[in-house]
Ligand binder design. Structure first.
Ligand code: NDP
Length: 254
């Protein structure tokens, strides 16, 4: 059960990977945390390590469901002071084989998902002492990569949304920022490594170097490094930081 006396943070896609790491960090900072995601079983597994988290199944692409989910979240844990737009998907294919359905899915999840959730929190957030919107974008918000054109376009759009909202809300108590991780050690990358190994006959260790080699530090980002950046962005010290794309990528983008 969430604690209504604590400030309330909602993490979309909070049941796994980077979102779960962020939820852990915010919970350790004494936020009441709500995890949203489509798969209730995934949320339930996450709650074994975060027993106080509020679990609200929600598909962020569905605006009606998002409205109902935020109503449920707020009734359990109070107005949202931190929204982390983390839910995201990637589908990999050469541009010529990326279908309209792929483009639609990535646009609806990676961009409209953040739009739907942000819409739900903005008005009540203005009445709080401070509000924070943090979107988990990507280095793909700042540079191109091959075979993921729809993903790169959607992540550029998510950063554009962040920058525009930051200007629009600059005179309020709300900051809006994006974190741009490089390749991180989560299921998205583990699945991609498996796919590359299957399709090319390379070993998984060799396929993994496709991802580690783009990071000058030669490694994948630990999701807790992204979570630590969220912790700073939601702190009082970061109240003048808005509209930023904070890169956590071992120097891949500078
Ligand atoms: P995961 O696949 O572990 O996490 C994605 C999460 O999003 C899942 O929990 C998933 O839960 C949820 N999700 C997906 N679609 C929806 C939806 N329509 N509605 C609600 N929840 C949804 O991967 P990561 O942790 O790696 O990814 C998290 C974010 O970080 C993504 O936005 C990704 O683009 C970004 N990122 C990841 C990088 C990486 O290398 N891993 C690098 C840069 C950015 P469910 O399926 O249950 O809905």
């Amino acid at each position: 059960m969430a604690d209504a006396d604590k400030p309330h943070a909602v993490v979309t896609g909070g049941g796994s990977g980077i979102g779960l790491a962020i939820a852990r960090e915010l919970s350790a900072m004494d936020f009441a945390v709500t995890l949203m995601g489509r798969d209730p079983d995934r949320l339930a597994r996450a709650s074994t390590e975060l027993p106080n988290a509020q679990l609200v199944p929600c598909d962020v692409t569905d605006p009606e469901r998002v409205g109902a989910a935020f109503a449920e979240a707020v009734s359990g844990a109070g107005p949202v002071s931190v929204l982390v737009n983390n839910a995201g998907i990637v589908r990999t294919a050469p541009f010529a084989r990326q279908s309209d359905a792929d483009w639609d899915a990535m646009w609806r999840t990676n961009v409209l998902g953040a739009v739907h959730c942000t819409r739900q929190v903005l008005a009540p957030m203005r009445d709080l002492a401070a509000g924070r919107i943090v979107s988990i974008a990507s280095t793909a918000s700042l540079k191109g990569y091959g075979y993921v054109s729809a993903y790169v376009a959607s992540k550029h759009a998510l950063l554009g949304l962040t920058r525009a909202l930051a200007v629009e809300l600059a005179q309020t108590n709300i900051t809006v920022n994006a974190i741009c991780p490089g390749y991180a050690d989560t299921d998205i990358i583990r699945d991609a490594v498996e796919t590359i190994a299957e399709r090319t006959g390379r070993t998984e260790a060799d396929a993994r170097t496709s991802f580690t080699s783009s990071n000058p530090q030669g490694r994948l980002i630990d999701p807790m490094e992204v979570a630590g950046t969220v912790a700073w962005l939601v702190s009082h010290d970061a109240r003048s930081v808005t509209g930023q794309a904070i890169v956590v990528a071992g120097g891949e983008v500078m």
